[in-house]
Ligand binder design. Structure first.
Ligand code: HEM
Length: 279
C-alpha cells in the first residue's frame, strides 16, 4: 500500500517525464558522438589536404609513395594513377561534406546550402564507390580477397544508400531522407572508421589478430565491421529515437558514449601514427 509520505517526499515521475528525460540523454550522447566523429574526420581531412593535395595538384605523384600504400603511384600505369589521383582529391570532398551536412544549424538556417552540399556529397559518394571498385578489381589493389570483398560491399552500400537518400529528398519525404542520409554517412565513413578501428585495437591489444598481409582474424572482422558496425549503431540510434522505450534509449546512450570514446582514442592514434608523420 502507498504511504502518504511517498507522495509528499519526491514527486513520482510519470512515464512521459521519463521518456522526455531519456530522449534528452540520447540526444546529448549523439551530439557528443558527432563532435568526436567531426574532430576525427577533421584530422583525416587535414592529412588529405596537407599530403595528397599538394603532391597531386603539382603532379608530383611519385611522392604519394612516401607513405606506405598497397599500390599508390606505379610507373607507366597512367589510368591507375589517374584513378588514384581522383580518389584522393574526392576523399577530401566527401570527408568535409559529410560533417557539414550533419550540422543541424546549417540544415535549418541555410537549407539551400544543405541541398547543394547534399547533391555534391551524394555524387562524390557514387564516384568514390565506383572508382574504388575499379581500383580494387580493375587495378588489383588489395591484399586479401576477404578485405577486397568487404570494401566492395561498402561501395555497394554507398551506391544504394546514396540513391535512396536522393530519391527520398526529391519526393520531399524528409523523415525517410534523414534516415537514408545517416546510413549513407555511416557507410561512407567506413574507410575512416577502419583506420580508427585499427588504432584502437592496436592500442588495446598490441595488434592481436592483425596478419602480416592484413589477413588475420581482426583484419577480416574489420573488413566488414568498418561499415556494418557504424551502420548498426546508426540504426540503433534511429530506432531508439522513434520508440519511447527508456531502457533502449539509455542503452543506446551508453553505446554512443562508448563509441565517442573509441573514436577519440582511435583518431588521436591515427593522427600520431598514420597521418602526422607524413605532413
Ligand atoms: C567514401 C569514402 C572514401 C574515402 C574518404 C577514401 C579515402 C582514401 C584515401 C585517403 C586513400 C589513400 C590511402 C591512404 O593514404 O590511406 C584511399 C586509397 C584507396 N581507396 Fe579509398 N576512400 C573511400 C572509399 C573507397 C572505396 C568504397 C573503395 C573500394 C571499393 C576504396 C578503395 C581504395 C583503394 C583500392 C585505394 C588505394 C590504396 C593503395 O594503393 O594503397 N576507397 N582511399
Amino acid at each position: 500500500m502507498k504511504k502518504p509520505s511517498d507522495s509528499l517526499s519526491m514527486p513520482s515521475q510519470s512515464p512521459s517525464d521519463e521518456n522526455a528525460r531519456s530522449l534528452r540523454w540520447i540526444k546529448r550522447a549523439a551530439q557528443g558522438c558527432f563532435a568526436a566523429i567531426a574532430t576525427g574526420q577533421g584530422l583525416f581531412l587535414t592529412f588529405i589536404l596537407a599530403f595528397y593535395y599538394p603532391t597531386t595538384l603539382r603532379g608530383e605523384w611519385a611522392h604519394w609513395n612516401a607513405k606506405p600504400l598497397i599500390d599508390g603511384f606505379k610507373v607507366g600505369d597512367t589510368i591507375g594513377n589517374l584513378f588514384f589521383a581522383m580518389h584522393v582529391l574526392l576523399a577530401a570532398v566527401i570527408t568535409a561534406g559529410g560533417v557539414i551536412q550533419l550540422v543541424p544549424a546549417i540544415r535549418i538556417r541555410a537549407p539551400s546550402v544543405h541541398r547543394w552540399i547534399g547533391r555534391i556529397y551524394m555524387v562524390t559518394a557514387m564516384i568514390l564507390a565506383v572508382g574504388g571498385l575499379w581500383l580494387v578489381w580493375g587495378r588489383g589493389t588489395y591484399l586479401s580477397t576477404i578485405g577486397a570483398v568487404g570494401i566492395s560491399a561498402d561501395a555497394v552500400a554507398m551506391l544504394t544508400f546514396a540513391g535512396l537518400a536522393w530519391r527520398s529528398a526529391r519526393a520531399r519525404n524528409y523523415a525517410q531522407h534523414r534516415r537514408w542520409a545517416l546510413r549513407l554517412f555511416a557507410v561512407a565513413s567506413a574507410v575512416w572508421f577502419m583506420r580508427v578501428g585499427y588504432m584502437v585495437w592496436g592500442i588495446a591489444t598490441g595488434g592481436v589478430g592483425i596478419g602480416p598481409s592484413m589477413d588475420g582474424p581482426f583484419d577480416f572482422f574489420i573488413a566488414f565491421g568498418n561499415s556494418l558496425l557504424p551502420l548498426a549503431i546508426a540504426e540503433a540510434y534511429l530506432r531508439a529515437l522513434e520508440r519511447p522505450n527508456k531502457v533502449a534509449r539509455y542503452g543506446v546512450t551508453a553505446l554512443l558514449a562508448t563509441s565517442a570514446t573509441i573514436v577519440v582514442v582511435g583518431s588521436a592514434g591515427a593522427w600520431f601514427v598514420m597521418w602526422k608523420p607524413f605532413i
